[in-house]
Design a protein around this ligand. Structure first.
Ligand code: SIN
Length: 494
C-alpha cells in the first residue's frame, strides 16, 4: 500500500497526499514501476512509497509543458491573475494540511511549517498582481519615420529544480512568476520532500490551472532528470535553488543550449555585531537568523563576527538564549529546533564542530549530536574562539551552530565578512547611521539585513552575487527572469 492509514487519518483533506508524478494534468506512475521511500527525518518512520520517475517521464512532462504553452501564453493577464489567486486561496485554505505534510517530510516545527505555507502562498498572490503589470516601453525615436517599442513575452517552458529546506516556498517563488509571465513549468522537487510539491500540484489542479501548465516530476535519480531538463531544446530557462557545486554543473549543462538561468546557490552569511549595537536586538536577530529551520537555510547567519568591546556580553547573552531553545519532534508545540534532514547532514555538522574544537574553539552551549532524541538531531550550539583558519569559517554549516569570531576594527570586520567566494545574505547591527551606510555599501552581498535578522519577503528581491548565484526572485524584478524583451521597430511612418 503506497500510503499508510495513520498518515491519511491526520489530514482534513487526504486527497492532497499523492505518491505519483503530475504530468499533463494526470497522476502518473513510473514506467519502470520503481518506487522509493519517503522518510520522516524526526522519527525515521516510513511515510509513503513514491513512484520513481526518470528520463522518459521528464521528456513527457516537457512535451506537455510545450503543448500547453501555445494556449497559456495567450490567456489574458486578468484571467491568469484570477487562476493564480484561486490557487493562492486554496493554499491558504489548506494551510494546516500542507504544514502537516511539511513537518512530516522535512521536520521543521509545525508553527514554522505554517509560516512557510503563508510565505510560499505570498509569492503566488504577489505574482497574480504582477501578471497585470507586464508593461513594455515606447522608446523616444531616432528618426522621423520610425517608432520604437518593446514588448515582454514569456521565455517558454521553464524547468525548476528545488530544494528540501523550503519544500513549498522555493516552488511558488519560481512557479508564481513563471505562470504570471505566460510560461509553463516542469518542477523537479527534492526527492526528500516531494509530498508538499505534489500537494501544490493538486491545489493548482483544483484551482483550474490547465493541464500541462504545471508538471511535477518526482524521482530519485537527480542526475538523469537534471540531464533531460538541462539539455532539452524545448526548455528555455532553468531556475535552480541548491548548492553551488550542483549549480555550477547545471550551468555548464545549460550552456550547450544557451538557456536562460536563475541560480540561488549557497551562502556563507556574516552576522556582524559592532560595539555600538543594541545588544538585546542583536541577540534576538542572531537567534532568528541562525536557528530558523535548525540552521538549514541559505541565508542563515553562518559566521558571527563580534567586536571586541561587546564580545563577552554578546556571547554570554546568546548562549543563555540558545540554552532555552527546545529541540525535538516538530509536532511538539514547545519545540523550536527540529531534526536535520538526513544522516549526512548530521555528520557534516559534527565534523565541522569537532574540528573547530580540536583547533581551539569552545562550545558554550551544545557541541554534539542530540543522540537521546534520535539519529538526526543536533544540539543548538554556540562556539566561541573561532578563527579564520578553521573550516567552519569557510563552509556553509546548514545546522544549528553559531561560530563566534572576535574583531577589533570596522575595516577588519568587512575584510573578514568579504573573505569568501559566496555573496548571498549578510547582516550587521549598529546604531551609528554613518557606519550603517559605510558597511552596507562595503559588504559584497546581494542582501544586507541592517539591525534585522530576517530579510525574506515576497516584496523584495532575493538573490546573491559571486558564487551565490544570479537572478532575483520575488519583488517587481522577479518576473523579469521569465520574460524576453522584444524590440519592435516600425518604419515607413512619414
Ligand atoms: C533558502 O534558504 O534558500 C531560502 C530562504 C528564504 O527564502 O528565506
Amino acid at each position: 500500500m503506497p500510503i499508510s492509514a495513520p498518515l491519511m487519518s491526520h489530514f482534513e483533506h487526504p486527497e492532497l497526499i499523492h505518491h505519483q508524478s503530475y504530468i499533463n494534468g494526470k497522476w502518473v506512475d513510473a514506467f519502470s514501476g520503481d518506487t522509493f521511500a519517503i522518510i520522516n527525518p524526526s522519527t525515521g518512520e516510513h511515510l509513503i512509497d513514491m513512484t520513481n520517475v526518470g528520463a522518459i517521464e521528464t521528456n513527457n512532462a516537457i512535451a506537455a509543458a510545450q503543448a500547453a504553452l501555445a494556449e497559456w501564453r495567450k490567456v489574458l493577464p486578468k484571467e491568469k491573475a484570477r487562476l493564480l489567486r484561486k490557487w493562492h486561496q486554496l493554499i491558504i485554505d489548506n494551510q494546516d494540511d500542507l504544514a502537516r505534510l511539511m513537518t512530516l517530510e522535512q521536520g521543521k516545527p509545525f508553527a514554522e511549517s505554517k509560516g512557510e505555507v503563508l510565505y510560499g502562498a505570498s509569492f503566488i498572490d504577489w505574482f497574480a498582481d504582477e501578471a497585470r503589470r507586464l508593461y513594455g516601453d515606447v522608446i523616444p525615436t531616432f528618426a522621423q519615420d520610425k517608432r520604437l517599442l518593446t514588448v515582454k513575452q514569456p521565455v517558454g517552458v521553464v524547468a525548476a529544480i528545488t530544494p528540501w529546506n523550503f519544500p513549498i516556498a522555493m516552488i511558488t517563488r519560481k512557479a508564481g512568476p513563471a505562470l504570471a509571465a505566460g510560461c509553463t513549468i516542469v518542477i523537479k522537487p527534492s526527492d526528500e520532500t516531494p509530498l508538499c510539491a505534489l500537494a501544490l500540484a493538486e491545489l493548482s489542479h483544483q484551482a483550474g490551472i490547465p493541464a500541462g501548465v504545471i508538471n511535477v516530476v518526482v524521482g530519485k535519480n537527480a542526475v538523469e532528470i537534471g540531464n533531460v531538463l538541462t539539455s532539452h531544446a524545448d526548455v528555455k530557462k532553468l531556475s535552480f535553488t541548491g548548492s553551488t557545486p550542483v549549480g555550477k554543473l547545471l550551468l555548464s549543462q545549460c550552456a550547450q543550449t544557451v538557456k536562460r538561468t536563475s541560480m540561488e546557490l549557497g551562502g556563507n552569511a556574516p552576522f556582524i555585531v559592532f560595539d555600538d549595537a543594541d545588544l538585546d536586538a542583536a541577540v534576538e536577530g542572531a537567534i532568528a537568523s541562525k536557528y530558523r529551520n535548525a540552521g538549514q537555510t541559505c541565508v542563515c547567519a553562518n559566521r558571527m563576527l563580534v567586536q571586541a568591546g561587546i564580545y563577552d556580553a554578546f556571547s554570554k547573552k546568546l548562549a543563555a538564549r540558545v540554552q532555552e531553545l527546545s529541540t525535538g519532534d516538530g509536532f511538539n508545540d514547545k519545540v523550536q529546533i527540529g531534526p536535520l534532514i538526513n544522516n549526512a547532514a548530521i555528520n557534516k555538522v559534527s565534523e565541522l564542530v569537532e574540528s573547530a574544537i580540536q583547533n581551539g574553539a569552545t562550545a558554550l552551549v551544545g557541541g554534539k549530536p542530540a543522540d537521546a532524541l534520535g539519529t538526526r538531531f543536533y544540539e543548538p550550539t554556540v562556539l566561541t574562539g573561532v578563527t579564520q583558519d578553521m573550516s567552519i569559517f569557510h563552509r556553509e554549516i546548514f545546522g544549528p551552530v553559531a561560530p563566534l569570531l572576535k574583531f577589533e576594527t570596522e575595516a577588519e570586520a568587512i575584510a573578514m565578512a568579504n573573505d569568501t567566494p559566496f555573496g548571498l545574505a549578510s547582516y550587521f547591527y549598529s546604531q551609528n547611521i554613518a557606519r550603517i551606510w559605510r558597511v552596507s555599501e562595503a559588504l559584497d552581498y546581494g542582501m544586507v539585513g541592517i539591525n534585522e535578522g530576517i530579510v525574506s519577503t515576497e516584496v523584495a528581491p532575493f538573490g546573491g552575487i559571486k558564487e551565490s548565484g544570479s537572478g532575483r526572485e520575488g519583488s517587481k524584478y522577479g518576473i523579469d527572469e521569465y520574460v524576453e524583451i522584444k524590440y519592435l521597430c516600425m518604419g515607413g511612418l512619414s
